[in-house]
Every structure is written in structure tokens, then in C-alpha cells.
Design a protein around this ligand. Structure first.
Ligand SMILES: [Zn+2]
Length: 256
């Protein structure tokens, strides 16, 4: 709230560019491809994007969502990821004092967007993101809120709750209902945000999952066949917990 306008604008531009990189991560990481080379290409004709084809959001708008060479459609998800990253960077910089906490939150936002996109497209939460994420969250907690005790407790609680649920479900149904990816992801959320935020995240993602699930099911009328990836809801829940966790807890405590 006290940040000067120039910093907010810088955050927006930086976020748009990082969002462009996150698109590469979301597309290539699950396929085991290098994130650095080759430069981005058209998926249809292989045309290598030049720098002016690769300006976040703007190039997509100028080319009307098509490849410059072959005219194949380019998904709206690319500019959407860029815009969301830019907007979340602005929110973080606006609401967080300059310092290690701001760095921690910017990094956390990037990880959540990548996991959201990958889980939505591929239904996996790669260990190569969640495991380093746990370590980075714990390390940053040494110099930034929530502090190492809350972070360590958060990682253990996050892993413990979902592991417990997965285990109970297995005993009940004799089949796996929840992936270990979700377990590691909630542990990572705990490492970044602390144990209280783990509980807030879990409540928010279960609620949003239930609401969206009901909407999709009634729209499809097809019964409960498809499974929505829980990691996408964990991302949404964690973002809300990060920005509004404390007021939410205070508001809820007001009823007790
Ligand atoms: Zn093309």
C-alpha cells in the first residue's frame, strides 16, 4: 500500500515476462523437455518464435491468437497465464513490504501457477517442483515469516493430513483416491505459509472443489465420472490463504 507506482508497474511487467516462462514450464516440464532450449515454437508447423512474436499478451493479441507462419490457433491459455502472473505479482508487491517476504511470496506464486497449469493439463504434480519447493519454503522461513517453527509444523501438518486421508481412503475403498503429489504439494504450502494457512488452504480448496464439481456435474449430467485435479484447487486455496488467510481466520474466530 505504500509502494510507489513505479514499483507496481515494474512488478506488472516483470510478472508478465515470468508468466511467459511459466507457460514454457507448464508445457515442457511434464514432457521431460529442456526449459532453456530450443526457443518457443509453433506446435503445428515448428516455426521458431522471434522476439516480437513472444511479447507477453501483446503478440498474442496482434496475431489474433494465431501462428504468424501457418495460422494455427495459439491457445488463449498463454496470454491468460501471463496476465494472471502479472496481476498476482502486482498484488504481492502492493501488499507486501520490500524484503525477504516479498521474494518468498513472488516465488511461491510462480510455483502455484506452474502446478495449477500442469495439474490441469496433465493431472500430475511433478516431484521436481514440489520437493525443491518444500526445501525452498523451509529455507526462506529462516529469514521471513511465518518463521521456521511454523513452517516446519506446516510442512509436517500438510503432509500428515493428506497422507492420513489417502491412507484412510485406501483402507475403506482398497483403491488410491488421492495422489502423493497432493500430499507433497500441501507440505510445500505449509513450508511457505505456516501451519495455520495449511488449514485455511484445505478448507478453501475443499469448498471450491465441491462447488465447481457440483456446477460441472450438473452441466454435464453425466454422473461423477471425471475427477478434477485437486492440485488446481490447492493452488487457488493457497493463494487466497496467502493474501487473506489472517482476516479469514479472525472472521471465523468471531463466530466461536
Ligand atoms: Zn505455425
Amino acid at each position: 500500500m505504500s509502494e510507489p507506482l513505479i514499483l507496481i508497474i515494474a512488478a506488472a511487467l516483470f510478472g508478465l515476462c515470468i508468466g511467459s516462462f511459466l507457460n514454457v514450464v507448464i508445457y515442457r516440464l511434464p514432457l521431460g523437455q529442456s526449459l532453456a532450449t530450443p526457443p518457443s515454437r509453433c506446435r503445428k508447423c515448428g516455426y521458431s518464435l522471434r522476439w516480437f512474436d513472444n511479447i507477453p499478451v501483446i503478440s498474442w493479441l496482434l496475431l489474433r491468437g494465431r501462428c504468424r507462419k501457418c495460422g494455427a490457433g495459439v491457445s488463449w491459455q498463454y496470454p491468460a497465464v501471463e496476465l494472471i502472473t502479472g496481476a498476482l505479482f502486482v498484488l504481492v508487491v502492493w501488499l507486501t513490504p520490500l524484503g525477504p517476504l516479498m521474494v518468498s511470496r513472488l516465488l511461491f506464486v510462480c510455483i502455484l501457477i506452474a502446478l495449477f497449469g500442469i495439474d490441469l493439463e496433465h493431472q500430475i504434480l511433478p516431484n521436481s517442483i514440489t520437493l525443491p519447493g518444500i526445501a525452498i519454503g523451509l529455507l526462506l522461513s529462516l529469514i521471513a515469516p511465518p518463521g521456521w517453527q511454523a513452517a516446519l509444523l506446516g510442512a509436517l501438518l500438510g503432509a500428515g493430513i493428506l497422507y492420513g486421508i489417502a491412507w484412510a481412503y485406501y483402507l475403506w475403498r482398497r483403491e488410491e483416491g488421492m495422489g502423493m503429489g497432493d500430499v507433497k504439494m500441501l507440505a510445500m504450502i505449509g513450508a511457505f505459509l505456516g501451519w495455520k494457512a495449511v488449514l485455511v488452504t484445505l478448507v478453501l480448496s475443499s469448498f471450491s472443489g465441491a462447488i465447481i464439481g457440483v456446477i460441472l456435474m450438473s452441466a454435464q449430467r453425466g454422473g461423477m465420472k471425471f475427477a478434477l485435479p485437486f492440485g488446481t484447487f490447492l493452488s487457488i486455496g493457497a493463494l487466497i490463504a496467502m493474501f487473506a488467510g489472517e482476516p479469514l481466520v479472525a472472521w471465523y474466530a468471531g463466530f466461536l
